[in-house]
Design a protein around this ligand. Structure first.
Ligand code: ADP
Ligand code: MG
Length: 746
């Protein structure tokens, strides 16, 4: 039984209606140890013969036996196994992977050795054997033709296959190098079957044991020209000892790593592309992200965890004492009679810095700021701001305490900034954090400033009888937090009237209850107007407008006291605070049973249809924008992935010609893509970090949620893998032979 035998092999090429005979009726048998030289005119079928023997081309007629086994029923994967086990091919045009080093090219054929060090050792040994020791680390593209062919021979040796086929291996080499290569081929194939196609028989004459002439696709002659070699037994046992594996996945990973390393610029480009894509999609998403919120039902109140909003069913205001009673009964942690400020949102616009942000007032003043200190009293504030606002208030410290003009309804309150905390997550709302006291005061102030009230006050004599009274519109009332508690500064006209009373009084000190702030000075000059400072016991606030007559200035406590004294006040709502929304909801049931109407502050309502249509349209628009960006990126990615894989077309066909299974190569390509993805993700996370650390950019883009980033990463991964898959399909549609010739799919 011959080692390799061809019986009546015929190969016909059909292309574009033309039929060309490649080879016909070929009967040949070969044994290990033979050096067969094949000669013949160009086009006579030499290459066809070699391609059929190598399993890179199919045959239509006859039968090829390998170790007695027929092969005509072989499928592609069988041929892969066949090539892997038996065949090494040496081409005229070298066919080494240019981007790999000599070492990598040789190691490619040693993939089945699982141990890295062993693999390397063996590769270096073989490289030394073909005389390329000095070029181990040189890339294929930097080698001369002879050196390339030596690399190919080392690779063939590495595969340790019993058949070496060489198709005009010296066709592109000078005479001297040709001789060396043939000698080397002979030397390394003593125990193998070596078939060399050549147009220059003299070159091989010295070594060949047999000469086959091909003419017009048929065997013209077949001479044994040297003594038949001793029958060579199975390969030497030493080589068999090398541990082998046929681990498709492991080999694929190995291949992928080599691909990744061998083309650093391409890998870097791919990585950069994926990086740009990931960041771009993230930013587009962050621009459009708020569109989702259109579908969230709006809340009726600002949600503060544990907050319950209470009104009484009969429409009367919930008084402070009622509220405190409810708080006691249901275990509320805090009761806020004037909760107006909780539900108000303001915005700030700074022309100089081109910055606008929306803020709310909160009672989080006790939270220690990152810069400065927590607020005390009623006019200090801790600003909790997006980082973009750092251009206004500075980033380092609060040296010269800045002031913040807080708009409140119709009025403005000047707050001294004692602390600042910046945040990067710009989906949060900015807060002007006040002390509890400050919050209550500003809440009341904002409430009054936004409604039409008139304030009445009386100046009483010693017996409590009013000898002067007046009514004011509240937007004319100024609250001066700097005033000592209980202080009123009367407007000039009133002051003069009061002074007149005072002067005509028999016991003026009694009339004004000797509560002169100015310590006996009757008139105090301020802002060019004459005013009288009076320490008041309080004044009443009534609904309805009065006449505007200058300005009345009061201290904050009086303001709150006045508010509490108004049963007629229009403000009915109050808030109770519990530990959590859950405990709040439990308490709410009880409160409702007591004749109040209480709801949790996370209660939502359904927006009206018009609002919904507008937000749906807006959403549609942003979704389209997003989709467009995504498609554009997908197109871009698949284009670049495609290009990058096309660049591997030659390499992969070489791998295939070596018998590396398509499956392994495919896994290798995926691995290579993944290897570019990992740094791309890391870098894009870093890029996003810096983008959102940059105040101006932070202001512009909406802070992405980590899950969004993960989704995008997964999306990009899927996209990259999909386009890799598509390209790989295209790549492997062609046969090895066509691919090697640089042709495209048939
Ligand atoms: P050689 O290697 O001896 O120069 P080949 O084996 O390449 O010859 O070619 C043998 C014959 O088969 C030629 O007539 C050639 O035109 C034809 N042939 C080879 N490959 C193809 C192909 N892929 N498609 C069509 N005809 C082919
Ligand atoms: Mg040829």
């Amino acid at each position: 039984m011959a080692f390799l035998s061809l019986q009546g092999i015929g190969k016909i090429y059909v292309s574009e209606g033309n039929v060309a005979v490649g080879i016909r009726g070929v009967d040949l048998s070969f044994e290990r140890g033979e050096f067969v030289a094949i000669t013949g005119r160009s086009g006579s079928g030499k290459s066809t013969l070699l391609n059929v023997i190598s399993g890179m081309d199919t045959y239509e007629e006859g039968e090829l036996f390998i170790e007695g086994q027929p092969t005509s029923h072989y499928q592609q994967s069988d041929w892969e196994l066949y090539r892997e086990k038996y065949i090494s091919f040496v081409f005229q045009d070298y066919n080494i992977i240019d981007s790999y080093t000599v070492l990598e090219n040789v190691e490619l054929a040693l993939m089945n050795i699982p141990d890295r060090r062993e693999r390397r050792r063996r590769a270096l040994e073989l490289i030394e054997r073909v005389g390329l020791k000095a070029h181990v680390r040189h890339k294929g593209s930097k080698l001369s033709g002879g050196q390339k062919q030596r690399t190919v021979i080392a690779r063939a040796l590495a595969k340790d296959s019993p058949i070496i086929l060489a198709d005009e291996p010296t066709g592109n080499l000078d005479a001297e190098t040709s001789r060396e290569i043939i000698a080397l081929l002979r030397e390394v194939s003593r125990d193998k079957l070596l078939i060399v196609v050549t147009h220059n028989f003299e070159q091989v004459e010295e070594y060949a044991t047999r000469h086959v002439r091909v003419y017009d696709g048929a065997i013209e002659s077949d001479h044994v020209i040297a003594p038949a070699p001793e029958k060579v037994a199975e390969p030497a046992p030493e080589k068999k000892q090398i541990a082998r594996r046929s681990d498709t996945f492991g080999n694929g990973v190995l291949l992928g790593k080599t691909m990744f390393k061998a083309t650093p610029r391409l890998s870097a480009f791919l990585c950069f592309l994926l990086l740009v894509g990931t960041v771009a999609i993230s930013l587009v998403t962050s621009l459009t992200g708020s569109a989702w919120e259109a579908f969230k039902s709006p809340r009726m109140f600002r949600h503060v965890p544990g907050r319950a909003v209470v009104i009484s069913r009969d429409g009367s205001p919930v008084t402070t004492s009622e509220l405190n009673a409810l708080a006691g009964e249901f275990g509320a942690e805090k009761a806020v009679r004037y909760d107006y400020l909780y539900d108000q949102t303001y915005s700030f616009w700074d022309w100089d810095y081109n910055i606008d942000f929306t803020y709310v007032f909160s009672e989080n003043g006790d939270r220690t700021p990152k810069i400065g200190r927590a607020p005390e009293g009623v006019t200090e504030a801790h600003l909790y701001l997006p980082i973009s606002a750092s251009s206004i208030f500075g980033k380092k410290e609060i040296a010269d305490p800045p002031v913040f003009q807080a708009r409140l309804g119709m009025g403005t309150v000047t707050l001294t900034v004692t602390g600042i905390t910046y945040f990067y997550d710009n989906t949060k709302t900015a807060e002007v954090r006040l002390s509890d006291e400050g919050f209550r005061f500003l809440s009341a102030y904002a409430l009054l400033a936004s409604q039409s009230f008139s304030v009445r006050y009386e100046i009483n004599d010693a017996d409590g009888a009013a000898f002067y009274s007046d009514a004011w519109e509240l937007d004319r009332v100024t609250v001066d937090p700097a005033l000592p508690a209980g202080t009123v500064i009367l407007p000039p006209k009133t002051a003069r009237a009061a002074a007149a009373v005072y002067e005509s009084s028999t016991d003026p000190a009694v009339v004004l209850r000797d509560e002169f702030v100015t310590g006996g000075t009757k008139y105090r000059a301020g802002d060019g107007q004459t005013s009288w400072t009076y320490r008041a016991d309080g004044f009443t606030v009534g609904a309805g407008a009065g006449e505007g007559k200058g300005s009345l200035t009061v201290s904050p406590d009086l303001f709150l006291a006045a508010l509490d004294g108004t049963q007629e006040a229009l403000y009915r709502q109050a808030s109770l605070f519990f530990g959590s929304d859950r405990t709040a909801k439990r308490a709410i049931e009880g409160i409702n049973e007591k004749g109040y109407l209480a709801v949790s502050s996370d209660t939502t309502y359904t927006p009206d249809p018009a609002e919904m249509i507008v937000s749906s349209l807006l959403f549609l628009l942003t979704a389209l924008l997003w989709l467009f960006a995504l498609l554009f990126f997908a197109f871009f990615v698949s284009l670049c992935c495609g290009r990058s894989i096309d660049a591997f077309r030659g390499d992969t066909s070489i791998m295939r010609s070596m018998g590396i299974p398509v499956k392994v190569i495919r896994i290798g390509m995926y691995v290579r893509m993944l290897l570019s993805l990992v740094p791309a993700y890391l870098l894009s996370a870093v890029a996003m970090f810096f983008i959102f650390r940059t105040p101006a950019l932070n202001h512009f883009f909406r802070f992405p949620r980590p899950w969004q980033f993960v989704m995008i990463a997964i999306g990009v991964l899927a996209l990259a893998l999909l386009s890799t898959r598509r390209q790989i399909r295209r790549l492997f549609k062609t046969s090895v032979k066509t691919a090697l010739r640089g042709g495209d799919a048939a």
